[in-house]
Ligand binder design. Structure first.
Ligand SMILES: [Zn+2]
Ligand SMILES: [Zn+2]
Length: 399
């Protein structure tokens, strides 16, 4: 079996791509349309290599747990025979010689095969619209962000995640037992932009498809690099801590770690390996990458904290200078009322303003600038980083 798979039109042989609007594979030449079920059977994808009773939880000890990764790997294009060189965890690529998009199917074989995929249903154009709207509302955004060519760099990525559900039972000594259920907690299967990913999550996992490689054509995709065992271990640990504290609070008021004996254990683990769609846009500014993202299924948009341009600094400086001079004049006038000499008044004023008033004036300027410039920052996030969902948000008490 070849490592690389290209989806060619069954009637004319031209390359096909997943079409977001039509939600099926469309031929780039004859516009023929083929739904994913047809593609699955026609291309005989390797679904049967994974046993039907395959269970990630049971098999974690035996399946591939990645260690040292990120080497370069070489593949042969199935159309022109050219060499495609890419990182070994990247699962889709474009042949540099013929421009055809291929899927590196060896990254989805057997135990590496995702269970389910959520195809893109929101387009890059929608993301570009949302992005432009945000930037247009912000007069203070640096021009690197409003450059019209920026949105050409939008990329669609299938991100590997583990969807983890399990029970956590907590014994609080003689005071009883509390049971919790953790449902659909997404764990990133790769090391990419954690905060950004969690700020566009969750996805509607029920609207997913049994996995097929075909819909990855033309998008970036990578296989997991954080294995099932590792993912579960971390989540279990986190859940045990949160559940112990909650159980103690439920049965006996205040929880003081170490004071109350609680014993928690996890059970009923269910783990599903998903590829989920996310649009990304990186904007480089002064050597730093700012990543915007949109959920490719729900349209949830996330922006990073964007730096402000020189106009913002200039306005702040003008405000500060104005308030400082005002303070100088006012204190001079106030001192003059005591009818001391002009020179004496100037001296005391300078001393007072420079040594005591500058810091408060600076702080007042910052507060004023923050409120006055709110409109010029527009829809851009300032001050707070995107939310990272913690496991606490996925826990419900069952009993
Ligand atoms: Zn065709
Ligand atoms: Zn090629």
């Amino acid at each position: 079996m070849s490592d690389v798979r290209e989806y060619k039109c069954p009637s004319c042989g031209a390359p096909m791509q997943f079409d977001i609007e039509a939600q099926c594979m469309v031929c780039s030449f004859c516009a023929g349309r083929y739904d994913l079920d047809y593609i699955r059977s026609h291309f005989n994808e390797v679904t049967d290599e994974k046993l039907s009773d395959f269970d990630w939880v049971e098999r974690t000890k035996y399946v591939w747990e990645p260690d040292v990764l990120e080497q370069l790997a070489e593949y042969t294009c199935s159309s022109c025979g050219g060499n495609i060189i890419t990182k070994n965890i990247i699962s889709s690529a474009r042949c540099p010689f013929c421009g055809h998009d291929v899927v590196i199917s060896s990254n989805f074989d057997g135990d590496l095969r995702p269970d389910r995929v959520i195809p893109f249903s929101r387009s890059a154009e929608e993301f570009a619209e949302k992005y432009k709207e945000k930037i247009a509302s912000a007069e203070y955004a640096p021009k690197e962000f409003s450059d019209p060519s920026v949105t050409d760099r939008i990329v669609g990525c299938y991100v590997p995640i583990w969807l983890y559900s399990f029970n956590c039972g907590t014994d609080v000594g003689t005071r009883g037992k509390v049971d919790f259920r953790i449902k659909d907690y997404p764990i990133l299967g790769t090391d990419i932009k954690r905060d950004i990913f969690y700020s566009v999550a969750p996805f509607m996992y029920d609207d997913s498809e049994p996995f097929t490689e075909s819909c990855l054509t033309g998008y970036f995709a990578s296989r997991y690099s954080i294995g099932a065992e590792h993912a579960m271990e971390k989540a279990d640990e986190e859940a045990l801590g949160v559940c112990s504290a909650r159980a103690a609070a439920i049965v006996g008021g205040d929880y003081i770690p170490g004071q109350m004996k609680t014993k928690s254990s996890v059970s009923h683990k269910e783990l599903t390996y998903f590829l989920v769609p996310v649009w990304f846009l990186n904007v480089a500014y002064k050597g730093v990458d700012y990543t915007f993202a949109m959920n490719g299924q729900t349209g949830e948009f996330a922006s990073p904290k964007v730096p402000l341009n020189y106009k913002s600094k200039l306005h702040f400086f003008m405000l500060f200078a104005f308030l400082e001079v005002l303070t100088l004049i006012l204190s001079f006038m106030w001192l003059k009322m005591d009818s001391i000499s002009v020179l004496g008044a100037i001296g005391i004023t300078l001393f007072f303003v420079l040594f005591f008033a500058t810091t408060p004036v600076f702080i007042v300027s910052m507060i004023l600038h923050h409120f006055l410039s709110k409109k010029k920052v527009g829809g851009l996030k300032q001050g707070s980083e995107p939310n990272v969902a913690s496991i606490a948000g996925f826990i419900t008490q069952v009993r």
